[in-house]
Design a protein around this ligand. Structure first.
Ligand code: ADP
Ligand code: MG
Length: 318
């Protein structure tokens, strides 16, 4: 099978968005950027053994590649427009390609992010997805706007990504129901595009949690020239373990594990009413976990008691 047959068979498809005038098949895709919006784009590259299991279900690998890339759009408050795929494969394995492309295109459809082009090359398996999004001019959520006194918020629950990795590696044995839950956490992370849109004009800074809360909140703090104090009793943790993992370990996964793809953002105190309106009226899964402070670094407390790195298993960011 030559390259063009492969592209036609597995990746060429009808685009859904009215913004796409030319998709796969020409030298470039042609896409309209809606009036009054800025383009936001980001690329993520995944390699086996680091970002996914080489022997994993190709459809799920396709899903994961697309969803992880979309999470960066969510973090900017952007909506998906379209995406491109650079695919390096060792050979044209039709079963693998059929399954991979179906998973990738399904995720693309689900988040209205048409695949409009790409590149296909022979070599060691590498998957790069570039997503393009749009955000109203001047309203993108950036990392550098956090101010002293702002509330620190996160979406969803934290630590599931780290738990999922251990479950899938076989390091932890769980019930089959928990195994199914963690398989979904790993392969079908939910890019929080919905929340990213809703917190435009509300959040002073935002980031998606791909490397762990402390690392990613650390990026906001450094970019904004501030620090943060977190109350660990408020951390949203939801791992459905039957008590075979200690609470300390779960807290440490929530703080330092990666792969959660939730959002961490800051909200100035004078917008707290709008924040709580959003949480209550729209039933958004947002939790306030701390405050931005002037002193650099991230400091963790539990019910007022100060914690050191040794008893929560994480490192400070200075
Ligand atoms: P060119 O040689 O002009 O760069 P290619 O021959 O590489 O173009 O690709 C032909 C068409 O197929 C282009 O529209 C390109 O964007 C698209 N394409 C190539 N590989 C992929 C892929 N993996 N997924 C989606 N579209 C692809
Ligand atoms: Mg060309």
């Amino acid at each position: 099978m030559d390259e063009f047959t492969l592209i036609d068979r597995y990746f060429k498809h009808e685009c859904h968005s009215a913004n796409v005038s030319i998709g796969i098949g020409d030298d470039c895709a042609l896409v309209n950027t809606p009036d009054g919006y800025e383009l936001a784009f980001s690329i993520d590259t995944l390699i086996p053994g680091v970002h996914f299991f080489a022997q994993g279900d190709p459809a799920l690998i396709g899903q994961r590649a697309m969803r992880v890339a979309l999470s960066d759009l969510a973090a900017m408050g952007a909506e998906p427009l379209c995406c491109t795929l650079a695919l390096v494969i060792p050979r044209a394995d039709e079963l693998w390609l059929k399954s991979f492309s179906s998973g990738l295109l399904e995720a693309a459809r689900c988040f209205q992010c048409d695949l409009v082009g790409g590149d296909t090359v022979k070599g060691p398996l590498t998957i790069s997805v570039q997503v393009h999004g749009f955000v109203p001019k001047g309203q993108a959520l950036t990392r550098d706007g956090a101010g002293v006194g702002d509330m620190v918020c996160v979406t969803g629950s934290l630590g599931d990504g780290a738990a999922a990795l251990r479950v899938l590696k076989g390091d932890i044995n769980v019930s089959s129901a928990a195994f199914a839950y963690f398989t979904d956490c790993y392969y079908l992370p939910e890019p929080r595009i919905d929340i990213g849109k809703k917190i435009r004009g509300l959040a002073s800074a935002a980031i998606d949690i791909s490397d762990g809360l402390l690392a990613d909140l650390g990026h906001i703090c450094r970019a904004s020239g501030v620090g943060a104090t977190l109350d660990l009793s408020n951390l949203p943790i939801s791992s459905p373990f039957a008590g075979d993992v200690s609470n300390e370990e779960r807290v440490s996964w929530a703080l330092s594990g990666g792969d959660d793809y939730q959002l961490c953002f800051t909200v100035p105190e004078n917008r707290s009413r709008s924040l709580f309106q959003l949480i209550n009226a729209r039933k958004c899964d947002i939790t306030v976990i701390g405050r931005i402070v002037g002193e650099q670094g991230i400091h963790c407390q539990k019910s007022g008691e100060s914690l050191t790195s040794s008893n929560v298993g994480y490192r400070h960011f200075d």
